[in-house]
Ligand binder design. Structure first.
Ligand code: FES
Ligand SMILES: [Fe+2]
Length: 452
């Protein structure tokens, strides 16, 4: 890629009038693009960081990343959430190696500078004897705050860039779909303690695609569907409710495509009584109305571009990823649940979560192995072997309609476009906003850098 060659249409072929939407193999496999994504996408967008329920007490902290940058989210002595670069002002050492904990003071392991949970520098080791010039004393030594930190219904997002639009605007039209998960609990939602984490040897977009990809279910997860069927017949572990996947295959579903890279897929749920919120559904109806309560029982998976997904399928999951290399990605999953949920429903939720989503479960390993197969299949130099434009972003495109269909209207959504059809359409249209935004941000970044 020379400076003159940058053009996002080389990577995303987006021609709506001709119903053409294609993504190039390089988007998943070119190390040079990976470097640019860090700067132009992850480090310039809103990033999902954590859930407020992970920091219930003063001085609790969560360590995570925005792009390549380690960041720290803390709850200070007054209970306020704060976000910082997780980097000592002295010489930049990452302040904590732990993912989470409770610390009134963060003391750097290198030369011992100390910071309180509000980020204030409270100690420069042996400062008085240090022969520092007067100008040093007037410097600010506090941790550098994130340019942006904001929460949406308990989900905490941050940005390294001051130029992002307000979080609610960024989430935009997707918010009412997110609310179908985030409003399930009368007293709010929480992450169940603990998390799943894993690293797969594949590009981050493979997970981003897969979380809104209904097409792979009947092939990738055939084994899981088979186990559920055998359990329904009385074999093996009976702790989780066993869905009859065949009943899903005749259902109506669709996709909502939003601005800013967000999208969602949905499917009518044939066996609503197997959903963990089902015992509470009458109370939920009274609180949120019939339409939204019915939608809470449907299967809904959504992507909040660029680094998180909510999946409400067998159980309710929040997933986030961190791109480590063009072919290496760290995933983290949490089980999302209503605050104050009765123990029996919490156990039901967790058993279904373990079955499907756990790293040792019966669906996640099937998916991640396929990401690695994809990455292997996309190796080599595409200019030599001819594997350029992929054919996996097109299903359902001729069913796309601009604006809101009746499903979107019922929910008060204002998507850019929608599609609807029986399950076997297994639409790939939810990928369109994601790669359209990828292309927009990459192009904008290249233009800022003078690569065009
Ligand atoms: S790098 Fe932190 S005290 Fe020196
Ligand atoms: Fe899957």
């Amino acid at each position: 890629m020379t400076r003159r060659q940058w053009d996002s249409s080389r990577y995303v072929d987006d021609r709506p009038a001709q119903q053409i939407f294609r993504v190039h193999r390089d988007v998943y496999a070119d190390p040079a693009l990976f470097e640019l994504e860090q700067r132009y996408i992850f480090e310039r967008s809103w990033a999902f960081l954590c859930h407020e329920s992970q920091l219930p007490k003063a001085h609790d902290y969560i360590a995570t990343h925005i792009g390549r940058q380690p960041v720290l989210v803390t709850r200070d002595a007054k209970g306020q959430l704060r976000g910082f670069l997780n980097a000592c002002r002295h010489k930049g050492a990452q302040l904590t190696r732990m993912d989470s904990g409770n610390k009134r003071y963060h003391v750097c392991a290198y030369h011992g500078w100390g910071y309180d949970s509000s980020g204030r520098n409270v100690d420069i080791k042996d400062a008085k004897a240090g022969g520092y010039p007067a100008a040093f004393a007037s410097d600010n030594h506090d941790l550098l705050p994130l340019a942006q930190l904001a929460s949406y219904k308990g989900l905490v997002f941050g940005s390294l860039s001051a130029e992002v639009q307000p979080l609610e605007e960024h989430l935009g039209g997707l918010r009412p779909v997110m609310d179908l998960a985030l409003d399930q609990g009368e007293h709010g939602m929480e992450f169940v303690p603990g998390r799943i984490s894993l690293i797969y040897h594949g590009n981050w977009k493979m997970q981003m695609d897969n979380g809104i990809d209904p097409y792979h279910l009947t092939s990738t997860h055939a084994g899981f569907m088979d186990v559920m069927g055998r359990r329904r017949d009385g074999e093996g572990n009976q702790a989780a409710r066993q869905f009859d996947w065949q009943k899903r295959l005749s259902q109506q579903g669709g996709a909502f495509l939003f601005k800013n890279g967000h999208s969602a897929i949905w499917l009518n749920q044939a066996e609503v009584e197997k959903r963990p919120i089902y015992p509470a559904i009458e109370a939920i109806r009274a609180r949120v109305g019939d339409t939204r309560a019915d939608w809470m029982l449907k299967l809904r998976n959504l992507t909040v571009f660029p680094n998180m997904q909510i999946a409400d399928s067998t159980s309710l999951l929040v997933r986030s990823w961190r791109a480590l290399a063009v072919d290496r990605t760290e995933l983290r999953y949490w089980c999302l649940a209503p605050v104050g949920e009765p123990a029996a429903q919490r156990a039901w939720r967790l058993r279904q979560f373990e079955d499907f989503f756990n790293v040792s479960g019966m669906a996640t390993p099937d998916d991640t192995v396929l990401y690695e197969d994809m990455q292997r299949g996309l190796a080599g130099d595409s200019r030599e072997h001819g594997m350029g434009w992929l054919q996996g972003h097109t299903r359902g495109i001729s069913d796309l309609r601009p604006g809101a269909d009746e499903a979107a209207q019922a929910l008060g959504l204002q998507p850019e476009a929608c599609m609807q059809g029986l399950f076997d359409t297994q639409t790939e249209t939810a990928f369109i906003p994601v790669y359209r935004e990828w292309a927009r941000l990459m192009q904008a970044g290249a233009e800022r850098d003078g690569k065009v």
